[in-house]
Ligand binder design. Structure first.
Ligand code: URA
Length: 205
């Protein structure tokens, strides 16, 4: 996958940081992951979508949002009239955190210290892509994007907020929408996601 070159971390010579995302040891999640999953998409996309972390499929394939949540995201992008090839898609955390459940690997929400450790890489992606709008998909993404571990999704769903050089649009995570048990509520959550993507697109016009 694509890597983002960085300077060696001179402040911590005893724990030298690697130049490559896949060699990252800033937290311990690499130990049980297949590989790091970098963001991908248009080089200078106006819109950056940020998810939580790779899921089972993303971990195996090395690409963001290629599993069930990705299928739902693709549907939402299509309904919003946004071309996935024109946006940049990434995650707040680049390694898959999971726990065994029978033969399956069950997603585990990353700890705040893991989100904070991985913010380094999101920062590098933001500096490189320089989007105008960042869509935070779910609470973990929002916390990382706003650099505020106490940020609540519901407080930011109403309207975009400015953070540094970007406008932040907050909405539900696609995997959350998949798990809403009641159909009507699920459709409403999907509409909120589509609306957020449309808002992001309009902010770039
Ligand atoms: N969920 C995420 O947050 N990111 C992915 O890449 C896949 C599922």
């Amino acid at each position: 996958g694509a890597t983002i070159p960085i300077a060696a971390d001179e402040a911590q010579p005893q724990r030298q940081q690697p130049h490559k995302l896949d060699e990252c040891r800033r937290c311990d999640l690499w130990q049980h992951a297949t590989q790091a999953v970098p963001g991908e998409g248009a080089k200078h996309a106006r819109i950056m979508l940020v998810g939580e972390q790779p899921g089972d499929q993303e971990d195996l394939q090395g690409h963001p949002f290629v599993g069930p949540a990705g299928t739902l995201l693709d549907k939402a992008l299509e309904q919003a009239g946004v071309d996935r090839a024109k946006v940049y898609v990434t995650n707040a955390v680049k390694h898959f955190k999971w726990e065994p459940r029978g033969k399956r690997r069950l997603h585990k929400t990353p700890a705040q210290k893991e989100v904070a450790a991985c913010h380094y890489w999101l920062e590098a992606e933001l500096a490189k892509v320089q989007p105008d709008v960042v869509v935070a998909l779910g609470s973990t993404a929002l916390k990382s994007v706003l650099e505020d571990g106490r940020a609540r999704l519901k407080d930011f769903m109403e309207a975009p907020v400015r953070h540094g050089n970007v406008l932040v649009v907050a909405t539900y995570h696609p995997a959350f929408i998949l798990r809403v048990p009641e159909q009507e509520a699920r459709e409403q959550a999907m509409e909120a996601l589509v609306h957020a993507l449309r808002t992001a697109h309009e902010l770039t016009l």
